[in-house]
Design a protein around this ligand. Structure first.
Ligand code: 5GP
Length: 202
């Protein structure tokens, strides 16, 4: 059985990453979404074990110490991490796996698993991102400015990803991510074992 491909998807908040990932998962149930562990509390509508595993700081430290995390990072005062076992179990079973994580964790995954494929979702512009955050009208001006500044520093790291997709139009962005995922199945770095297998059969 051929191994699945590990996809790491990052994007600044307000870029529509969650919606895009939900669409990909709904359209292809064989893709496994990695449920992260976090020390932040659940938001309205979030379910433990579906959106995140909501755990205490002590439980989080325990997972790190036992080697159970593929990566972890601190983001806005909370810890977020990827439980290792379900990722590798699914890859070995031939399923593609999506990690929806921030840039520091993404770079750690890239180091630990060089064959992972990084996709960065971009807003059309920082101006448009600010406009979207203002339209939500959930945050005061200083919070919006801080989010835009955070987005800028995250976008500066997008050069380190394999692909970028601009979310100007949702349907096009979903189609582009699907195209990228398909193309990634034929990248040299995701096919090292295939190449070795061909060379062995002489
Ligand atoms: P939120 O609290 O808004 O759900 O997530 C905050 C940030 O943490 C987002 O950028 C999200 O992608 C990222 N994140 C979620 N899970 C993980 C994880 O397991 N590891 C890392 N490094 N970041 C994560």
């Amino acid at each position: 059985m051929s191994k699945g491909t590990l996809f790491v998807i990052s994007a600044p908040s307000g870029t529509g990453k969650g919606t895009i990932v939900s669409r990909i998962l709904a359209d292809d149930p064989s893709v496994h979404f990695s449920v992260s562990a976090t020390t932040r509390g659940p938001r309205e509508g979030e379910t433990d074990g579906v959106n995140y595993y909501f755990i205490t700081r002590e439980e989080f430290s325990g997972l790190i110490e036992s080697g159970g995390m593929l990566e972890y990072a601190e983001f806005c005062g909370n810890f977020y991490g990827t439980p290792k076992k379900p990722v590798f179990d699914n890859l070995l079973a031939g399923h593609d796996v999506i990690l929806e994580i921030e840039t520091v964790g993404a770079m750690k995954v890239k180091k630990a698993c060089p064959e992972a494929v990084g996709i960065f979702i971009l807003p059309p512009s920082l101006y448009e991102l600010r406009r979207r955050l203002e339209k939500r009208a959930t945050d005061p001006e200083e919070v919006i400015s801080a989010r835009v500044a955070q987005a800028k520093s995250e976008i500066e790291k997008s050069y380190q990803y394999d692909y970028v997709v601009v979310n100007d139009d949702l349907e096009k962005a979903v189609a582009d991510v699907k195209t990228v995922m398909k193309a990634a199945k034929n990248m040299t770095k995701t096919n090292k074992e295939t190449i070795e297998g061909v060379l062995l059969k002489c």
